[in-house]
Ligand binder design. Structure first.
Ligand SMILES: [Zn+2]
Length: 644
């Protein structure tokens, strides 16, 4: 297993991530031509640079049309303090204000290929890396300018600038002074250092549609790292995916999106060096020191301004990195925004009436069941929202951990392997005199009997349970050996749910050959740019629920009836609408398609076959050239769906 190629050797060396290695890396990749880092100046003829170093002039030519002097640079010295300037051998050449009042910088750098220097400057300026462009600077010129720029006058400018930034928060001791003592310089430096640790405060503007259109058509290898990061973020936000994963590997890595709960590969075969740069660039974008990612996991946020339905919207992306075998792996999550309206979850009107009857009581258990990722948390949140609305109850929620925050209820978040257990939380919660208790998941017979006790002593209890259906829930509770009388009096409602994908409103078409008979036209998915060529956009809940009315309670108490008997009786009496019937309603309403329902309920062919089928259909149909164009444009996506 000897690695022969020089490229692989670079990778192994790069694993000992340090300043030297980084420098080597960037140098090597630039030589390889694999590096997308766009440094037009690096092509500058060597003679020109030599000339400049021999001829120590006050002027340097960063690009033909620009000339800089000590005088013209003086005002900019306020932005980069003296120490950072000399440490990174950088000088601010130009600044201006872009859209949304964001400051932009042009910075001259002696060691332009040194990533640490570039990152250091970005942190010292405390802006997004997208707002800084670098130009190579001759060392002699830097030395000259640096020694002249940072005089007493410049120091006072720097101080003024710092104070201006701070005065928005609080007045500071020492205000009004015009020079900094050594001690104050160090203190200011320390404050800046501490700021490095803070999360990025800049909003990154990703609303430029033309930039997206232009770059999505270009080959990724032509894009600079920052252009590519912007493109990735734009694509991620545009896609409506819930999370994005940058996964480094040898020799290549990939970027995957999770769209409607499924992962698919958006960019594949990204050279290792490139993906490492992406990871580091992302970390810098989130305001973190990229070099730390090698050793520990990092949590942060990236704040972006993106286009949502044609309007600019602020979105916070949760950034998490883990040090992995090859390079840090990164996950970006779009912050979960729960539906806090029962009407919007996806219930049928009759079901909503049952649900309201169940949670309007002063006591009893509401059990919400479904597989992982079936939207239980959201449904629970919608119920909490309804209970919080009148603001007359004391609500305590125990979470392992709490997933959705709300200021209107008391939330106890439990962490594994801590002395404060679920039992401690539960008993302390009872002492706090709540009206409503959210107890998390019912894991064992002890949990269930405790919940029943709480319900019988006059509390409304919200709980989740792992089961696929109402029948499944009942039969498992019967098996637990709990007295049926307790179950029947303790329970208010069992709700089972699954999520089904909704058809994209833009591109759904009438299904000419539905496999079942319907009294009206039903639809199927096609795929368009709006839905990322998936044919679906968003998901809705398919639910079945059993409200424990007096009749149902009687059936539960009857030991001769099995769970199945109870469910069948409830269906016959019209108390329970099975999930399949709810699904059919949704197909009829044009919200979803037979195939999507089948994929969830597992009735027919696998999802993969379905994807094949719909792709073949879309490709062969001559319906519109627009669809064809999309397919060409997003070839990787379709591949990801079928192959990946
Ligand atoms: Zn569509």
């Amino acid at each position: 297993m000897r690695r022969e190629s020089s490229k692989d050797n670079n990778h192994t060396r790069y694993e000992s991530f340090g300043e030297k290695a980084l420098e080597r890396l960037t140098t090597n990749t630039a030589a390889d031509g694999a590096d997308g880092e766009h440094l037009p100046e690096s092509d500058a003829p060597e003679e020109q640079q030599q000339q400049a170093s021999e001829n120590v002039s006050l002027l340097v030519q960063t690009s033909p049309e620009k000339k800089y002097s000590v005088e013209s640079l003086q005002p900019f010295s306020q932005y980069l303090n003296k120490e950072s300037s000399s440490r990174y051998q950088a000088i601010v050449l130009k600044t201006w204000t872009g859209d949304y009042e964001s400051p932009y910088f042009e910075v001259g750098l002696v060691h332009i290929k040194n990533g640490d220097h570039r990152n250091g400057v970005v942190r010292a300026l405390r802006v997004s890396p997208f707002h800084v462009t670098f130009h190579p600077l001759d060392e002699a010129f830097f030395e000259y300018v640096h020694s002249h720029l940072y005089n007493a006058q410049a120091q006072s400018l720097a101080l003024e600038h710092q104070q201006k930034k701070q005065s928005q928060k609080t007045k500071n001791w020492g205000e009004g002074q015009t020079t900094l003592s050594d001690e104050q310089t160090r203190a200011a430096q320390a404050a800046t250092e501490a700021d490095y640790a803070n999360e990025s405060e800049e909003w990154i503007d990703l609303t430029n549609q033309e930039e997206y259109e232009r770059n999505i058509r270009r080959s990724e290898s032509e894009l600079t790292t920052q252009e590519f990061i912007r493109l990735i973020l734009m694509e991620f936000l545009r896609s409506g995916s819930s999370d994005m994963h940058i996964e480094a590997g040898q020799p290549t890595g990939r970027i995957r999106f999770r769209y409607d709960s499924e992962m698919f590969t958006r960019w594949d075969n990204i050279p290792f060096v490139k993906i490492k740069q992406l990871s580091m660039g992302m970390a810098e974008t989130s305001g973190k020191d990229a070099t730390q990612m090698k050793f520990k996991d990092i949590d942060s946020t990236i704040k972006v301004r993106a286009l949502r339905d044609g309007r600019a919207a602020d979105v916070e992306l949760r950034f998490a990195s883990q040090p992995t075998l090859y390079a840090p792996s990164i996950v970006l999550r779009s912050q979960l925004k729960p539906i806090r309206d029962i009407g919007a979850v996806g219930f049928l009107p009759r079901q909503i009436a049952d649900l309201k009857a169940a949670y309007s009581q002063k006591r009893g258990i509401l059990t919400i069941t479904g597989a992982t990722g079936s939207g239980k948390t959201n449904t629970l949140e919608a119920i909490y929202a309804a209970l919080e609305e009148p603001d007359i109850y004391k609500i305590i929620e125990i979470g392992e951990p709490i997933e959705i925050r709300s200021a209107r209820r008391t939330q106890m978040s439990l962490r594994p392997n801590t002395p404060f257990s679920w039992w401690d939380a539960f008993y302390s919660c009872l002492r706090a005199d709540p009206d409503i208790i959210g107890i998390g998941e019912l894991r064992s017979v002890e949990h269930v009997s405790l919940a029943i006790n709480a319900a019988l002593t006059g509390h409304l209890v919200l709980a989740t349970f792992h089961a696929a259906s109402v029948e499944d829930t009942l039969s498992r509770m019967f098996q637990m050996g709990l007295p049926r009388e307790n179950l029947s009096t303790g329970m208010n409602l069992i709700l089972a749910q699954a999520l089904v994908k909704k058809l994209c409103e833009r591109c759904k078409v009438v299904d000419q050959h539905p496999s079942d008979v319907y009294e009206r036209e039903v639809y199927k998915s096609v795929g368009c740019p709006q839905c990322f060529n998936k044919g679906t956009r968003g998901r809705t809940a398919m639910t079945e629920l059993l409200y424990f009315n007096d009749e149902v309670k009687e059936w539960i108490q009857n030991r001769n009836l099995t769970a199945r008997d109870v469910v069948h009786k409830a269906m016959d009496a019209g108390y329970l609408i099975p999930m399949k019937a709810v699904a059919r309603e949704k197909v009829l309403a044009g919200i979803t398609s037979e195939q999507e329902v089948a994929a969830v309920l597992g009735l027919v062919e696998s999802k993969r076959q379905y994807a094949n089928y719909s792709y073949a259909n879309a490709a062969s149909s001559a319906e519109s050239s627009a669809i064809q164009e999309t397919i060409n444009q997003h070839e990787e996506i379709i591949e990801g769906e079928i192959v990946g």
